[in-house]
Design a protein around this ligand. Structure first.
Ligand code: 6PG
Length: 239
């Protein structure tokens, strides 16, 4: 497993700005680029920035949008990760509809998971029997969850399936999430982690403390791909 690259910036806005510039450098001159997006607060800053300042800088017609996880709610629900991305970014882009691969949160969770898994199998290139996303963007919850793999469901890290139905530990909300093996098969994984509430988890993970064994985010380490953590100073305070 490769050592994680750690990039620390002044504040969440600077994290989003730095990530946007890195994204520009990562996308090759030709061919499709498959990105799985995350929900959460820092990605919202990124989506707003991309919509404001990168409309003419990125090859949007070659970028395919996927999600690392989705809440099982209709796309128009404020909780929908697709809905947030659509409102802040996708609605401002003139991209082919077939480049947007949302998880159908309005369907029965198991049905949505199956449909999404089938679409991934059909479109995403495969290596060693696993789909290889060009880039997976992740956040980390205050409890160390990532995507919708929560600490009490660590087994989803090793699931043989491409995605699984998860249940939020507090709200009971059903989610569809990529599984750990698919995340770790990506060519590149980038965590966007900001805010003081993440500092203790980040410290435990980066210092490989025993506590970190409880956190799904600690198990994200691409086999072949690159791993980069983009943090603000508040989240990186203990590292
Ligand atoms: C989701 C996200 C989730 C998120 C973390 C961090 O659907 O909620 O995918 O994994 O990334 O909860 O969220 P914040 O960055 O807002 O703390």
């Amino acid at each position: 497993m490769k050592q994680a690259e750690k990039l620390v910036f002044e504040n969440p806005q600077a994290v989003a700005a730095a990530f946007a510039e890195k994204l520009l450098s990562w996308i090759p001159e030709e061919g499709p680029y498959h990105i799985a997006l995350s929900g959460g607060s820092t990605p919202k800053l990124l989506f707003r920035l991309l919509a404001k300042s990168y409309i003419d800088k990125l090859p949007w017609d070659r970028i395919h949008f996927w999600w690392g996880d989705e809440r099982c709610v209709p796309p128009g629900d404020p909780e929908s990760n697709f809905g947030v991305t659509h409102d802040l970014l996708l609605s401002r882009l003139n991209i082919p509809a077939e480049n947007v691969h949302r998880i159908r949160g309005e369907d029965e969770p198991e049905v949505a998971a199956k449909k999404y898994s089938d679409e991934i199998k059909k479109i995403i290139p495969v290596s060693e029997h696993l789909p290889v996303f060009n880039l997976i963007i992740l956040g980390m919850g205050d409890d160390g969850h990532t995507a919708s793999i929560f600490p009490y469901q660590l087994h989803l890290l090793e699931s043989p399936n491409i995605c699984e139905v998860a249940t939020h530990p507090d709200s009971g909300q059903k989610r569809v999430t990529l599984t750990g093996r698919v995340i770790n098969a990506a060519a590149r994984v980038a965590f966007l982690v900001t805010g003081v509430t993440k500092a203790e988890r980040a410290r435990e993970i980066f210092r490989q403390e025993d506590e970190a064994r409880r956190y799904p985010a600690a198990y994200i380490s691409p086999e072949e791909g690159e791993l980069c953590w983009f943090l603000d100073k508040a989240a990186a305070a203990g590292i």
